[in-house]
Design a protein around this ligand. Sequence first.
Ligand code: F6R
Length: 241
Amino acid sequence: MKVYLAEDYQEMSRFAANLIASRVALRPECVLGLATGSTPVGTYELLVEQHKSGKLDFSKVKTVNLDEYVGLPADHDQSYRYFMQTNLFDHINIDPANTHVPNGMAEDPAVECARYDQVIDELGGIDLQILGIGHNGHIGFNEPSDTVPMGTHLVDLTQRTIQANARFFASEAEVPKQAITMGIGTIMSARQIVVMASGADKADIIKAAFAGPVMPQVPASLLRLRSDLILVGDRAALSKL
Ligand code: F6R
């Protein structure tokens, strides 16, 4: 594992944006695995800036997102599809047909999960996967568990995740209780994986995941099975590592 200590959120974001930009420059048709949440917002802003200044061309890039809430339509302002449109896709020259997010409104989530795995397969897998980390160690919406899910699956969100995400909704009751998420197996198969973390509230889980035992009860710890893993965090998030 390589750990990059960034001074602050901005420097962490610059590091991740530069990694993504160099991957796109090297392989214009690359497949990016993308995350939502507070952590990558600054990274996406920098990518938009680079694109607008003419330095970054997304015309051949393909993206697959980690997850989506069940029951939220694409135009709901808290859906992850909406997040990706407003934070990145609407501001760059990516072909909408090349952007993939699980469909949280699918009639049969099991069929949707199988379809999503097939999409990733047909794209040839993920070149660069960007991850945030939940306070309980989740990656994507792979919550702490006794087993390791391989492919895309339906999950019941834990109370802790529902509470953490309530800040984006009018009330906790409005937070969806289920999500569709890429599995840990798919994430681990990405050709490069970058975990980002920012803020003192992530310090305990960063310590548990990257200095404690490797176990599915702390899903992010499983990433250490990849010796080429990159962790980039700001000083506050890495303070206990
Ligand atoms: C989002 C996702 C989640 C978040 C995690 C951290 O697509 O997969 O695992 O990365 O919950 O969220 P933030 O960045 O809001 O702290």
